[in-house]
Each structure stands twice: as C-alpha cells, then as structure tokens.
Design a protein around this ligand. Sequence first.
Ligand code: MOS
Length: 706
Amino acid sequence: MTTVITGSPNQAPSVGTAHTRVEGREKVTGAARYAGEVPFADLAYGWLVLSTVARGRIRSLSTEPALAMPGVLTVLDHRNAPRVDTDYTDYTGPLGTRPDPTCAVFQNDRVPHLGWPVAMVVAETSEQAREAAEALVVHYEQQPHDVDFTGDHPNAHTVKGRMPAVTQKGDLDAELASSAVVVDSEYSTPEEHHNPMEPHAATARWDGDRLEVIDSNQGATWVVGALAHLFSLDPGSVRVRSEHVGGAFGSKGVRAHQVAAVMATTVLQRPVRVVLTRRQMFSLAGYRSPTTQRVRLGADTDGRLRALEHNAVSLTSTVHEFVEPSAKLARVMYDADAHHTANRVVPLDVPTPTWMRAPGEAPGSFALEAALDELAEKCGIDPIELRLRNEPDKGPVSGLPFAGRNLPACFQEGARRFGWTDRDPRPGLRRDGRWLLGTGTAAAAYPSSAAPSTATATAHPDGTYTVRISAADIGTGARTALTLVAADTLQIPVERVRMRIGDSDFGPATIAGGSMGTRSWSWAVKAAAERLRERLAHGADVPPEGLTVRSDTSEAIGALAPAERHTFGAQFAEVAVDVTTGEVRVRRMLGIFAAGRIVNPLTARNQLLGGMIWGISMALHEEAVRDPASGGHVGADLASYHVATHADVPRIEADWIEDTDLDDPIGIKGIGEIGIVGAAAAIANAIWHATGIRHRSLPIRPDSVL
Ligand code: MOS
C-alpha cells in the first residue's frame, strides 16, 4: 500500500482558465472511435427500408427475393420482428418527458408517415444489406394524408403536455384598446432539420446475458432505460457506451436504429450495426417543427407594455404529441398588465418532431424580439431602451423572484462594444456601394436547471485520479469542463485527472440537454471528488487498484429554491443587403451573455458562437420543404437543405459578463442553448434597419428580401 500524493490548497484553480479539449488529439488524429466505427468480429449490417407512402398499411412485403441475395442473413418486418413493450404507463423519459413511441418499429402494419421503417435487411456487409433493401418490394394500401401545416388548421388544439399550454393574466382586449401603440404581427419559421456531422449509428451485441450497445447519443442512461423498457430487460443487464459523439442537439436520444439493431442482434445472435444515411435522418432523427406565431403588443407612448399576447402553433405527428413551445419565452422576458400566451399543435401525417437547440426559445425569440423591434419603431424609442423600460422585477407569469437577471448589463456591455450608441434609428439610409447597411439587436434568455447524476472518483497510487460519469460530450467541451471541476475539487493540476465518460456502467446520469448537462454532472463530480479528498485527508490507504468513492444521487440533486432561473444575453448584428440580388451578408455579430460562471472560456466561446452561427443559418438559410402530394421532402440532403458555412460567418464574437448562480456549488448556469436565442431576430431586425422592410417569415432568402 502506498499513500497517494494528495492535492494542495495552494494549487492554482483551473475552472475559469482556457483549456483545450482533453480528447482533442484523439479526435483530430482519428484515434477516437465513433459508434459506426468500433470494430467487432463477426459484425453484420442492417439497412432500414423506409415507407414510400405517407399514410396507410403494408399490404404485402415479399422477403424471399431479398433473402436469396448474396450475404443476406435476415429481413425483419412487422411479421417476424421481436415484440417490444410499448406500454409506457410506468415509464418516463429524460427530464420527465413522455417517450415517443415511434422508435418501436416493426410492431404492426401501419404507416404513420413517409420515411417510416417498414423493414430492415441484415447482411454480411453494409453494401449487401443496402442492395437487398433497395430491391425489397413493398405494396401499400395507401390512405389520404395531410402534411399541410397552417396555423389555422382545423385540427389545431391546445397542447396536453405537462407544461402549461396557456397562461392568462389580465384583460387583453381592454388593455389593447387603451394602448396608444399596438403591434399585431404574424411570424412563421420553417421545418428545420438536425444535421450533426456524425449520422446516427448504433452497434448492438449480446455479451453473455448482457446487452451492449455502442451508440451515438446524448445520454447513455436515457438509452439504457428506454431499451430496457422496450425489451423487458433489467436495466442492469444493458450497457450503453458512447464515448465520442460527433454532434447532436436534441436528435440523439432513442430512435428506430438502436431498436432495430437490438432486434437484429437478438435474432441473429451476432453483433449488428445500423447506421442512418444523411437522407434517412430527415425522417428518422427528429426535427424542429415549423411554427406560426402571432404576437400582439400594446404600449403607452413611452413604450411601457400594457398588453402582451404570444400565440404559437407547431405541428406534431399523429402518434405522439411533441410541442415546440414558442410562446414560453414571453413568460420570462416581459411583463404587461394583460399577459397571455398559448402553445397549440396540429397533428399531421409526418414524423414526430423533437428537441432542437433551444426548443421553443429559438423560434419564439424570433417572433417576440422582432415584435419588440416593431414596437420600438412605432414608439420612436431605441430598441434597447424599450427593453430596459420593460424589465420585470419578478417572473411575469410565475410571480417568482429572478435568481439573477443580468440582461441590462448584457445590453450595456454589448452596446458599448458593438458601437450602438450613435445609431440612427431610421431605416434604409446607410449605403456601401451596392449594399444597404443596417444593425439590429435582440434579447435572449434560456432556463437554467439541473437534474440528478452520480459520479465516481478514484485515487491511484501514482498520484493520478480517474473520475467516471456517464456524461455525453456532444461537442460541447463537457468532458474538459468536468476535468477542470474535478481538478479544482481535488486541488491538483488538470494533468493528474483522467475523465471517463459515455458509459452507462459508470452509474446513472442526466442527459446532455436543456443546457443542464455540464452543470448537473459538475455537481456529481464535485461531490465524488470532495468525498475522496476527505477520505485521503483522513489518511485512507490507496490500494494498487485505486481507492474509489461514489457520490450519491441525493447529494448531487442539491436544493434550488423556487425562482425564475435563466441565463440572459444581448445579440447584435450588422447586415449588408445587396440591392440588386437581394443577397444578405451578415457583416458582424456580437453576443454578450450573462450565463453563470464560465468553466472553460475556450469551449464556452465555441458553444456560444455555435449557437449564434446556427442563428445565422436559421435567419437566412435553413428550410425543409414538404411536398403535399407525396408527403415527403423536396430534397432531403445537404445540397438542398442549406446550412450556414464558413463563408456565411463573418466577424463574430461571443463574450460574457461577470455572472454566477449563488445557489450552485460551482456557480454554473448552463450555456448550451442561449447562443441561438434571439440571434435570428437580431439579423431580421438589422435587415429592416438596412432596407425598411419587415421580414416576418424565415428564412429570409434573396428572392424575398427586397
Ligand atoms: Mo438540447 S435541444 O436540450 O439537445
């Protein structure tokens, strides 16, 4: 037995200092293995066959010709696939959500949308599986479908979910009638799709009586829970590993491909890999619903809000209700004597939408913050001043106190750095050759919460430490941030910490989602590391295999008193609009955020910039178009679905002001989603300032700009 070299209280803190990604070298040298790359002996490959009709039943599906093709091992469909348990009475998904039953594939002959998995061919090679899948003939009994989303669709209804669908305070009509200035505008945002660099992929195998799935996901605990429920397994007999994840932002939960892979490995008793193609992701990965939103604002001439109404409509599938809650943001941002918000959904014959970065807040902030800009124009008040005049001192709907609301400070710092102060508010006045120039701003907010997680910390005889937590680093830099938190708790340099993540065997942990991953995991890591430090300080011996302690869930939950807890931000954009072609170039962007204590400035900046760039993409490029005749997409690929590329991204800066959450053991609030909130509105507002034309429909494309 050796005594470990414990930490020193004189060790300089790591949290708050820039640190490159701990797995960066592995990633750039190709040593990092992703879910579709981990080698297995005797691996078989599944290829999903997707429906070509938008609604109906499978009438016939002849598998014999496919089975006779080279290398084909089996074809799974609704007649022969293992049955799964889709009774979710006693099961909830992450963060209390109801699970989307659409991942339970091959259970019946119904087709609820185009691109629904109707079969899977499994073969010796991926190419053989694909060839047989493409040769498979499926006949359908086709039924009429409806994929036509409109805000006034007859089937639009108030949502049923756990979040309040409707909030109402005061007499809206009376306050609007007595308002000196009224804005009444309709906004729309399109269907937007997840396109992480790494497509969804899973490899499943039985290891004795344990099921192992190598997967690309946002939370191994989540996938374990869902697979255990579907296949009626003890969660302890399911292991999900996902050390490296090549991007995700709401789409990498439990989806058809993992379930199909588990079915196939169960039938064949050999490892099976299922990878989605980019095209398949358009119907199987989830997406952001299109929205239509109506915002009505009534104000006195000094800009003080008397009435605020935000009504949002999104779509969902016919099999599951998912809500893009765009009207939620208004409940936090601004108060008014009469304050009404409502989220409604229209069920259509389409895939179920899902979370996408700042679900609700991203499209909601476009409408709300563009409406505020319209009100500023009508009142003749600077848009920043208008927002400052409407700063609430408590939650406009909840009545709860704000646990920190540093929005004014963000605007103050942003205005100074962006050069807002001398801005002439009149539109259409500034020219640079053939370009019209304008600037715009918008506010941002995103909830700050946490969920239970556990971690272990191990001291080794050589003075190094290993911390294990089933966290997912989806590109956020979470693994590096957790390394810094562990190092500070143990009072050692970061080089002495090994951070292991992405393995459900490390114990339950929450998802990378809702901007709460790094924060929640930090609590668990800190708790485990503190307990280990205490043990060592009391002279505990470190055996050759190391001394390991585990944090328990209760100490990691902590106690956050009821309050309005959010991050805030101020977005600024300068655009140039080509008066001949209608091309919009974003010339500059600046985001200043109040987002709690920043653990690693380097990766935090990446996160915030990533959100802002997605905002550029949302404002100017992204739109998936559905063909009402087929029910499918007009083009489902990166050639027709445009995302912002390097050439679209200008001088762009993200920074933050001093901010902390006093109730958080580290001071973290979470920064995953705030960067996209308000970004599209700032750009749309800048386009108005450049051209004098209001754009209330995204994306703002050259053909519609002027
Ligand atoms: Mo996020 S949309 O909670 O991955």
